[in-house]
Design a protein around this ligand. Sequence first.
Ligand SMILES: [Zn+2]
Ligand SMILES: [Zn+2]
Length: 295
Amino acid sequence: MPEPEIADGDVLVHVRSAGICGSELHGVRHPGFRVPPLIMGHEFAGVSDDGRRLVVNPLLSCGRCDLCQRGLRQVCRERRLVGVHRSGGFAERVAVPASALRPLPDRLTFDAAAMVEPAANAVHAWNLAGRPAGARVAVLGCGAIGLLCLLTALAGGAERTDVTDLSPQRLAVASRLGAVSAGRGLEAEYDVVIDAVGTPATRAQSVQHQRPGGVAVWLGLAEQAAGFDARDLTRGEKRVLGSFGYSDAEFSDAASLVADCDLSWTSSYPLARAADIFTDLMNGGLHPVKALLRP
Ligand SMILES: [Zn+2]
Ligand SMILES: [Zn+2]
């Protein structure tokens, strides 16, 4: 690729670590708003020419629309993402709008910093659920987002957190991180059910295993269909909330979360191996749970 062009308001970032997101694995198979040719990568951190350590908040908002004005920049009507609508972090160098750069706290490594963006999604989901300390929580899916939702719920004082996944290895990671029960399905009823998968089956589970008057938060985007009994929602006064992105405050809270939590389930690789790693994960490979690329 040619060197990035630095437009007005951009800063050149030398990428040090960039995470591969499940949405990117999906996005290659089903190109939607990711239009090739595109350098993906929306979870990354690096250094500026003048040596500043930076983490990128890839969510770009217009700042002018009615939603931005209400502080809802994550659902800005002109929302764009670094690595989706413009070049991202799977590169040695990338031009990033200065408005998207945040100083990287000293205690965070670059690999941990690349986890701030996915962690911010988990913090946002937990906040949408009402930050219910003492809640019984279920997390469906133990990919990176699911594990970060588990860690966020535990840090937020959940009474118990159970998780589901189809992969025994991922369930083992979740148990090590503090999930009380980790299996293929749920038996109990929960105050909060977080769907980090997004299939008709997990969406149905999120309603079925939600106590009356509880809440389900949906972050997963695997498929379109909903798949649940809508009458159950009405009769039980159940709630389903969509969750996308994060506020600026949640992004900085996520930096504290990743600084204090166990990220031993992430693995980093040289950027030169990116194509192999990406292709393997895209074809259903389950290891690692989270791959970080280092140029
Ligand atoms: Zn992502
Ligand atoms: Zn806006």
